[in-house]
Each structure stands twice: as structure tokens, then as C-alpha cells.
Design a protein around this ligand. Structure first.
Ligand code: DX5
Ligand code: ZN
Length: 214
């Protein structure tokens, strides 16, 4: 199981210290939640802050953009050091742009992910199973850390893993929102292989919390 702690819940008065603790833990990725205050009712950080993280750590930078214009910002985040760039299916009105953006990200040699909110039908991912390295199943309404895991997420994870298996695909299924030791087990059993955790990791002992999710 790949653990991707979300820096949305980091204590920014102790950023360097917590990055060192993450590096000493079993976490392999860092989840970077970008919010523009339009696609979701919250505002976080941009490419320049990601550059800081890129300088501060070698951990894999797993960028999750909850923004209205993921096409416009893609190159800025890739140039800032993103290893993976995950955007929302709901953000692109012209659906042909979804495959186009995935191809563009792959041309830069980077990983790309497609995410859907809890209320978006899982079927909306079906046309793209072969175009993405990763699918991000939101198990909370995007916008804030510290929310409760939506139980119906488990069947979505399992169904998606079944579709991917039927296509012979080993793509990542990442789950994001309300992950703790208990919900991590549910997600693992349903077929997830990457877990995002923000509040659970940063509000507890980082190493122990990460270990408890594996
Ligand atoms: C929510 C973000 C999540 C969030 C997870 O919009 O995409 O990554 O930070 O936080 P927790 O783990 O506290 O639910
Ligand atoms: Zn996220």
C-alpha cells in the first residue's frame, strides 16, 4: 500500500520538522491539495509553494488539483516538480480535453490521474481507463481535511478495480478523504493501492499513523 500524506493538514509552523518525520516514516508520496476557491470553497497553495516542497524533499509529489482550469495550470505544476498531476473529470466541460490533457502530461514524462467527487457516477471514468496511471476516488466532498469517510466509496473502489482487472490494467486506485486505520482496511480490501491521509497522519504521531495504514 502506498501512503500519500496530505500536506493540507500539516502544521506549517513546523514544516521542515514534519517533512523530516514523513521521510523517516514509510510514506512514499506527499499529497499536495491545490484548491482555487471556485471548484471547491477553499483556497490553498500554488506552483511556487510546490517548488519549495520539491527543494525540501525527494518524496514523490502527488499533486491533486481541485481547480476550475487544470489545463491552464498543468505545465506550471509539472515545472514546479509534480511527479503526478491528478485533475477532476468534473472540471473539464469539453470532455475531449480529458484525454488531451492526459496525453500532454505523459509527453512530459509525468504520471497523470483522474478524480471524481463522491456524487459523480463511477461510469464517468469508464471511457478513460487506458489513459491514466491513477484514478482518485474521493471518499469525502473535496475542499477540506478532517471529514468523515463516505462508506459508499468502498463499492466504487471495488467496481473500478474490477473494470481495470477486466482490461488487464494495473493502474493505481487512490482513495482520498477520511482515511484512518479502520477505513484504510476497507479501502485495501476493496482494491485500493494508494491512500491519502491528512488529519489522521498530522494530528497523530506521523510514523505510527503511516504504519497503521499500510
Ligand atoms: C480534500 C483533499 C484531501 C484531504 C484529506 O479536498 O483532497 O486530500 O486533504 O484530508 P483527510 O485525510 O483529513 O480527510
Ligand atoms: Zn486530495
Amino acid at each position: 500500500m502506498i501512503i500519500s500524506p496530505s500536506v493540507l493538514s500539516m502544521d506549517y509552523s513546523r514544516m521542515n520538522e514534519q517533512i523530516k518525520e514523513l521521510e523517516a516514516s514509510d510514506a512514499e508520496w506527499i499529497h499536495f491539495d491545490v484548491m482555487d476557491g471556485h471548484f471547491v470553497p477553499n483556497l490553498t497553495f500554488g506552483p511556487d509553494i510546490l517548488k519549495g516542497f520539491r527543494k525540501a524533499t525527494n518524496l514523490y509529489l502527488d499533486v491533486h488539483v481541485m481547480i476550475e482550469n487544470p489545463v491552464f495550470f498543468a505545465d506550471r505544476f509539472l515545472a514546479a516538480g509534480a511527479d503526478n498531476y491528478t485533475f477532476h473529470e468534473e472540471a473539464l466541460i469539453h470532455k475531449e480535453d480529458i484525454k488531451k490533457l492526459a496525453a500532454h502530461i505523459h509527453e512530459q514524462g509525468k504520471s497523470c490521474g483522474l478524480s471524481i467527487k463522491p456524487g459523480t457516477p463511477l461510469e464517468y471514468l469508464k471511457p478513460y481507463l487506458h489513459d491514466f496511471d491513477l484514478f482518485l476516488i474521493m471518499s469525502v466532498e473535496p475542499g477540506f481535511g478532517g471529514q468523515k469517510f463516505i462508506p459508499a466509496s468502498a463499492v466504487r473502489i471495488h467496481t473500478l478495480r474490477t473494470w481495470l482487472n477486466e482490461e488487464g490494467l494495473k493502474s493505481h486506485i487512490e482513495v482520498d478523504g477520511g482515511i484512518n486505520a479502520e477505513t484504510a482496511k476497507i479501502c485495501r480490501e476493496a482494491g485500493a493501492d494508494v491512500l491519502v491521509a491528512g488529519s489522521y497522519v498530522f494530528k497523530n504521531d506521523i510514523r505510527e499513523a503511516v504504519k497503521s495504514l499500510e
